[in-house]
Design a protein around this ligand. Sequence first.
Ligand SMILES: Nc1ncnc2c1ncn2[C@@H]1O[C@H](COP(=O)(O)OP(=O)(O)OP(=O)(O)O)[C@@H](O)[C@H]1O
Ligand SMILES: [Mg+2]
Length: 349
Amino acid sequence: MKVTIKELTKKFGDFTAVDHVSAEFDDGKLIALLGPSGCGKTTMLNMLSGILPSTEGKIFFDDEDVTDLSADKRGVGLVFQNYALYPHMTVLENVCFPLRIRGVPKKERIEKAMKFINLVHIEDYLDRKPAELSGGQQQRVAITRALIKKPKLLLLDEPLSNLDAKLRVEMREEIRRIQKESGVTTIFVTHDQEEASSISDSIMLLKRGVQQQFGTVDDLCDNPVNLFTADFLGTPTINQVHGTWSEKGFVADGQTEIISFNVNIPTGTRLIYASRAEALKLNQDKQFEAEILEKYKVGKDTLVRLKYGNGSLRAYTEDKTIQIGDIVGVGMKDFGVFLFEAESGKRLL
Ligand SMILES: Nc1ncnc2c1ncn2[C@@H]1O[C@H](COP(=O)(O)OP(=O)(O)OP(=O)(O)O)[C@@H](O)[C@H]1O
Ligand SMILES: [Mg+2]
């Protein structure tokens, strides 16, 4: 099912938690709702599920306007951060519960449940109580319970945040697999950009209730509309150096050389030069010079930190002879280098 939101807004008194957000979430896709704590992710999810009324705007499921439809009529599966399993019920009873309250006979409930139980791989713990399961197992039970209702839309609110780092990576791949196999349109809330990037078809990035950018991971990383998006996505975090536009190019604070770019910007504009670590090349096509401050291994790559202007830049290198203290020429590839207006964060190049 396709989900469309138009100018969706939630106000709590004078405070706007979600501010006129519009988007289309295509059928069968996994969409990550990403942003820092307090940016309105849970509020948005709760409006989609129907447990929170919107202040303004519309929600459509396919062509049907569901804005005023109650939560129980929307056919949405919701998994909360704390899983909210019933502690006194076994795994099987938990999973079957949504069918029990619909009055589905026991034999049929169990038959239906087994299909999802096999999909999610919880068949070995059916007789256990939630307290006897690990976080990842509890989470799978919660997802199974949401799926058994055959939701048209599955909403997951930071489902992995209680898990340790390794299990989190495993479980996010599980969620991706389950989502693909079930084909249900899924919206997944996270504040972890790596988690969002690794599993989703597209990402909506929010800041203080305002949509910053909605697109594929590549769109957001390679073509950010503003500094907030460029800074939020990508590992390592994008390099940033403050400076000023001087007729032909960018001059970093504390430097005299001009880095030329083919763009028209009013002289004197305060800027932030931003580059991805993988967009810089050392001792090739030199545009400026910088000193190596640090050098460290990241997996099989070597990452260096260079002093430039009043800031520093990270860059990858394959040159094993580079030493701390060396002055190197820095060139730029034709991707991953941007100029943002310092005041507004707006992208100018
Ligand atoms: N019932 C409420 N009354 C007043 N303000 C609220 C209410 N619920 C949420 N807010 C505020 O709305 C903003 C968005 O909250 P929300 O829970 O949607 O954030 P979030 O992005 O899910 O954050 P987190 O990552 O911490 O879960 C926050 O500033 C929060 O304090
Ligand atoms: Mg939240």
